[in-house]
Design a binder for this molecule. Structure first.
Ligand SMILES: [Zn+2]
Length: 311
C-alpha cells in the first residue's frame, strides 16, 4: 500500500515545481527590460539576487536533482539554497547534530509477537498461579500471502524501533531477529529489567470470519497483586495508541480491550499494551501488512500514540 502517500508526494512536488517556472518567467521579463540600460540591469540583478525571491527556485528551475527537488518539497530550503550543487549545497548537506528528541530519557520495550519456532512449553499466567498457558502457539498467518505473523510483527517492530530511537528514546527489544527462546513471562521480564516506561507488544489478528478487520489494543485488567500497579497507566497507553492507530491508518476501530488472561501482562511490572495491528485473515489487510510502506505507516502511528502517552 502507500499509493495515497505517493500521490500526495507527487502533488506536492508538482506544486513546488510549478511555482519556479512562473517566477522564472517574471525574472526573465525583468531582465529583458533591464537590458535597456546597464544601470537598470544592475538594479534588476541586485533585486533578483536579494529581493526575497525564494532561492531554491533557481535550483529547481535549472534542473536540480530529484533529490534536491524532494528536499525542497519537504520544506528543507536550506539544503537547496544557491543555484546548484555547488559548495553551498555540500556545506549544507553536512550531517546535522542529532536533536535530543522529545522521547529522550524514555525507555520503551518492544515485543514483536511470536517467533519463527512455536513453543509448546507452558508457563503460569501470573506470579504464583496454577493456571498454565502455552508459551508460544506460533501466531496466525496470512490468508493470501501465507506470511506468518512473527514475520510481520518483527518488521513493524524494527521500523518502530528506528522511529522511536530517532526521537531520542532508548529501545529494548525482546527479539530483534526471527528466533526467540522463552515464554511471555520472560518477554515481560525484559521490560521489567529495563525499567521500561512502556512495554509495547506487537501482534496481528486472525479470525474465522474473513470479513473481520481493523485494529484493537489490549491492556491488563486490574488483578490485585499482579497488575494493580500498572492497570491505570496501561489503559491510558492503550487509549492513546489505539486512537493514533485509527487516525493514522484510517482503519476500523475495534477499541481497547481489557484482558486478565495475558501472561505477558500479568508478569509485567511496567505499563503494558498489546496492539493487534490488523487481521491477517482478511485478504486486504493481510496484503497490506506484508507491504513495507504500510508497515512503516503502522510503525509511525504506533510511535505517535506512544509519544502522546509518554508526553
Ligand atoms: Zn499474535
Amino acid at each position: 500500500m502507500g499509493p495515497r502517500e505517493d500521490r500526495s508526494g507527487a502533488a506536492s512536488n508538482g506544486a513546488r515545481l510549478a511555482r519556479p517556472g512562473r517566477r522564472r518567467t517574471a525574472l526573465l521579463a525583468i531582465l529583458g527590460c533591464a537590458a535597456l540600460t546597464g544601470l537598470v540591469t544592475a538594479i534588476a540583478l541586485s533585486r533578483s539576487d536579494g529581493s526575497g525571491l525564494p532561492q531554491n527556485e533557481n535550483t529547481v528551475a535549472t534542473g536540480a536533482s530529484p533529490q534536491a527537488a524532494s528536499q525542497a518539497a519537504a520544506g528543507d530550503l536550506r539544503q537547496v539554497s544557491g543555484a546548484g550543487p555547488g559548495p553551498r549545497l555540500e556545506a549544507a548537506a553536512e550531517p546535522a547534530q542529532p536533536a535530543a528528541g522529545d522521547l529522550a530519557g524514555r525507555v520503551i520495550c518492544i515485543d514483536p509477537g511470536h517467533a519463527a519456532t512455536a513453543d509448546a512449553g507452558v508457563e503460569p499466567i501470573g506470579p504464583g498461579s496454577a493456571e498454565m498457558k502455552v508459551k508460544d502457539p506460533g501466531g496466525t498467518s496470512g490468508i493470501v500471502t501465507g506470511v506468518r505473523e512473527p514475520v510481520v510483527t518483527l518488521a513493524v517492530s524494527l521500523y518502530l524501533r528506528e522511529i522511536l530511537e530517532s526521537r531520542g528514546a532508548t529501545v529494548v527489544m525482546t527479539r530483534s531477529g526471527p528466533d526467540y527462546s522463552g515464554g511471555n513471562r520472560e518477554r515481560a521480564q525484559v521490560a521489567n529489567d529495563a525499567g521500561a516506561d512502556l512495554l509495547v507488544r506487537i501482534h496481528a489478528d486472525g479470525s474465522a470470519d474473513p470479513s473481520r478487520r481493523g485494529v484493537s489494543t489490549l491492556y491488563p485488567a486490574l488483578i490485585p497483586g499482579w497488575t494493580d500497579d500498572i492497570h491505570t497507566q496501561s489503559r491510558a497507553a492503550a487509549q492513546a495508541v489505539q486512537a493514533a492507530m485509527v487516525s493514522g491508518l484510517g482503519t476500523a476501530d475495534l477499541g481497547i480491550v481489557e484482558r486478565s488472561d495475558i501472561t505477558g501482562f500479568n508478569w509485567a511490572d511496567v505499563p503494558a499494551i498489546l496492539v493487534e495491528v490488523g487481521f491477517m485473515s482478511n485478504a486486504e489487510e493481510d496484503v497490506m501488512l506484508s507491504d513495507a510502506a504500510y508497515q512503516q505507516r503502522v510503525a509511525m502511528a504506533l510511535s505517535q500514540g506512544i509519544g502522546s502517552f509518554l508526553s
